[in-house]
Design a protein around this ligand. Structure first.
Ligand code: HEM
Length: 221
């Protein structure tokens, strides 16, 4: 996957590092969490020497997840954390043309409302997972009733993030071909950008900020 001349820069190295840091820690948390949660997944503890070790891996991965989550929120909240009305509502009403045929789905910026919902779920429930996880790990002398609420809240977070992750994985790979390059090389094709984020593309071109592979910054047409 090497960018070709004319491809458009969609993410910088820092964004890509944070994405994979977040993704790897999140996946490890899901796998180790499932291993502790359900008897049928207890076998996941075998390669690491038992459930106690699985729990240790889970808890310390949780610590590594915290900075990734903070950086992810700082990087993406502006473009993926705020719904814009009425255009986002129009997009939601027709599901952006993803689920049934829509003649001309509304044009979107860098991230569409589906991606915004995913970001907000990761950000909101990610914070909930961190807080509830830390309280379960270090209950200190907090009221027992409060600590006992952390267990269902932690499980609720998994129920939200897990299905969203599969949708994200599908759309980031085979669902919308060409997307994965945005997060591996940082570059996407012009036709991908015209279809996936036409408003962002126009804004970047008009402001002269668009970076095109093999061309000088702002030299694109
Ligand atoms: C392991 C497989 C994964 C793949 C193939 C993947 C792929 C992608 C792609 C292609 C994008 C850019 C989308 C675009 O510019 O239109 C993206 C963005 C993003 N990814 Fe992932 N990702 C994966 C895992 C994860 C995980 C586990 C998380 C979170 C816990 C995550 C969180 C995000 C966020 C927050 C964004 C930016 C905003 C958004 O699209 O909502 N990704 N990912």
């Amino acid at each position: 996957m090497i960018p070709k001349k004319g491809m458009i820069k969609a993410s910088d190295a820092f964004e890509r590092i944070i994405h994979w840091w977040l993704a790897i820690t999140c996946l490890l948390l899901i796998i180790t969490g499932l291993g502790m949660m359900f008897h049928s997944f207890n076998f996941l503890g075998i390669p690491v020497g038992g459930l106690k070790n699985l729990k240790l891996i889970h808890n310390f991965t949780g610590i590594l997840f915290i900075p990734a989550l903070i950086f992810a929120i700082l990087i993406w909240w502006k473009e993926a954390g705020i719904f814009k009305f009425p255009e986002d509502l129009e997009w939601i009403k027709c599901a952006g043309g993803y689920l049934w045929h829509v003649e001309n789905p509304p044009e979107t910026g860098k991230y569409n409302p589906g991606q915004k919902a995913f970001f907000l779920a990761v950000a909101g429930f990610g914070v909930l997972m961190v807080i509830s996880g830390l309280i379960m790990w270090f209950p200190l002398s907090l009221p027992r009733a409060l600590v006992s609420w952390m267990y269902p809240l932690h499980a609720l977070g998994l129920l939200v993030i897990f299905p969203f992750f599969f949708i994200h994985l599908y759309l980031g790979t085979i669902g919308v071909p060409g997307s994965a390059q945005a997060i591996f090389t940082g570059y996407v094709t012009r036709s991908w950008a015209e279809k996936q984020c036409p408003k962002w593309l126009k804004e970047m071109e008009e402001s002269g900020k668009l970076e095109v592979f093999g061309e000088e910054k702002g030299a694109s047409h």
